[in-house]
Write a protein that binds this ligand. Structure first.
Ligand SMILES: Cc1cc2nc3c(=O)[nH]c(=O)nc-3n(C[C@H](O)[C@H](O)[C@H](O)COP(=O)(O)O)c2cc1C
Length: 189
């Protein structure tokens, strides 16, 4: 067991103009920043220029994304719910990596109107299982219609802050266990 901090990649799943996903992701990065056992990288899918069709050879931007996934020990996917699923921008990016996801934990911060993004998370668990990743049980769910107008005020409340710490507890446990496991034995896929 090493004391080297876990590299946690927080992925902003929405690339929509006027999105709220970046605000929620930055709030989560601040929560993770309270812990000395993680080093956080923010991966913003809006900063990549991906091809419209899946090309025969990876483009430099696809390779850059896969390299960021490779570098990380653990992930938090910040996802909205679109029509009872997660956005196409997120699925496109997830599919640009494969081995790089293997034997690593993934947690979720989800949001939506009324469902708090739970349908999106349910479907992402299926996708990440196919990628040999491990999804952690507890996450953060934000109902955008619940409570006052100020999202930042609501995110500062006890419920989301505690949920973020529970998610980070589980993610760090899995992150350390799987990092040690990968170092001891090559993953079998
Ligand atoms: C195309 C589309 C479909 C949506 N479908 C749902 C839905 O099924 N359930 C839900 O709770 N919210 C739904 N919403 C509301 C979004 O969760 C909300 O607009 C959220 O802010 C989107 O995340 P973003 O702003 O980071 O892109 C939908 C929004 C869009 C744009």
């Amino acid at each position: 067991m090493t004391d080297v901090p876990l590299r946690l990649a927080v992925i902003i799943g929405s690339t929509r103009e006027g999105r709220v996903g970046d605000r929620i992701a930055r709030w989560f990065v601040a929560q993770a920043g309270r812990r000395s056992e993680v080093e956080v990288d923010l991966i913003d899918l809006a900063e990549f220029t991906f091809p419209t069709g899946y090309p025969a050879r990876a483009t430099p931007q696809m390779s850059a994304f896969a390299a960021e996934i490779d570098r990380a020990d653990a992930f938090v996917v910040v996802t909205p719910e679109y029509n009872h699923s997660f956005p196409a921008s997120l699925k496109q990016a997830i599919d640009f990596a494969y081995d790089e996801w293997h034997a690593k934990p993934v947690g979720f911060v989800s949001y939506g109107c009324r469902s708090a993004g739970q349908h999106a998370v349910d479907q992402l668990r299926t996708v990440f299982t196919a990628l040999h990743a491990v999804t952690v049980r507890d996450g953060v769910g934000v109902d955008l219609l619940d409570g006052g107008d100020d999202l930042d005020d609501r995110l500062a409340g006890d419920t989301p802050v505690q949920a973020a710490q529970v998610l980070l507890d589980q993610l760090c446990w899995w992150g350390r266990a799987l990092r040690d496991g990968r170092a001891a034995h090559p993953y079998v896929s």
